[in-house]
Design a protein. Structure first.
Length: 298
């Protein structure tokens, strides 16, 4: 194969490979390193020696990811800094999908990934991500793991059982609409500086946790968030609704398009009762987050 064609094929596969490695490892930075190593190894292959380049790359990325996970375990490392929870952030985008489909997507992908990142063994993790999230056949997963097809199925099955056991009850379509309405009302009121409207959607006893690499600071009462909003310049921030581990949340970007804050919101009976905020810019910059330029769905 012509080296130019090989480069084009790799670049075509890069987003998919990065997505796989990110979900397996829980770190965008580590995932990019893994994919880059796969590119280096691809360059060492004899021309024409690989019949299926996408499959070969998937195998290499999978094996490097497993080796990295095992290395972490040996060194007692964790993928995320202490004080910052495992968070999977996705678009809360219901364009072209029914509310029921959007709810199922959020629960099956967001929450499953949270569990994958936190509790599964290396082989279970890879088998689950590849098959359930990227539809890789078990026969190929078995090759990556160096095991039989049946063994690969068993690894994915065990992972799936753990995921299901850890998931809360599926959020109904009606409940999802209520959550979106509350988050959208909060965003609109914050942009306009409408404090009366904010008080309508914030529970008076709201619990607000601010998480950084230095620890967690907890505040109680809606007035705490109101004070921060009053001191902020809303015109310098772009914010929109997202899903955080399958639950309602808000992601904010600064004027340069970089993420500056992430909020995970608990909504009960039409009001926010708890907000967990992550404001560590370095941590946010390392995550696989939606971009600021995408418009909010309506």
């Amino acid at each position: 194969m012509d080296p130019h064609d090989l480069t084009e094929q790799f670049e075509t596969e890069r987003p998919r490979l990065t997505a796989i490695a990110t979900r397996v490892l829980g770190s965008r930075a580590d995932a990019e390193d893994v994919v880059q190593e796969a590119w280096v190894r691809l360059g060492r292959q004899e021309p024409g020696s690989i019949d299926n380049v996408p499959g070969w790359l998937t195998t290499v990325v999978g094996r490097i990811s497993i080796d990295l996970i095992r290395s972490r375990a040996t060194k007692a490392e964790v993928p995320l800094e202490s004080g910052i929870p495992d968070l999977v952030v996705t678009e809360d985008d219901d364009i072209g999908a029914s509310p029921e489909e959007s709810a199922l997507l959020a629960d099956s992908v967001g929450l499953a990934l949270l569990v994958v990142l936190g509790s599964l063994g290396p082989e279970e993790r890879l088998a689950f991500v590849l098959h359930d999230l990227f539809a890789v056949p078990f026969v190929d997963i078995g090759t990556i793991l160096g095991k039989s097809t049946e063994a690969a199925k068993m690894s994915a099955s065990r992972a799936r059982s753990k995921v299901r056991a850890a998931q809360p009850d599926t959020v109904s379509a009606e409940r999802r609409r209520e959550q979106r309405t509350v988050v959208d009302a909060f965003l609109a009121a914050a942009r306009e500086g409408n404090f009366e409207a904010l008080l309508e959607v914030l529970d008076p006893d709201l619990v607000w946790e601010v998480r950084t690499t230095r620890g967690v600071r907890t505040r109680v009462g809606a007035h705490e968030i109101l004070d921060v909003i009053a001191r902020s310049d809303a015109s310098r921030v772009v914010a929109r609704r997202v899903l955080v581990n399958g639950q309602p949340g808000i992601l904010a970007w600064g004027p340069d398009g970089r993420p500056v804050g992430l909020m995970s919101c608990t909504v009960e009976e039409g009001r926010m009762t708890k907000v967990v905020s992550v404001v560590d810019k370095r941590w946010l910059a390392e995550q696989d987050l939606p971009r600021a330029s995408r418009p909010q769905s309506r």
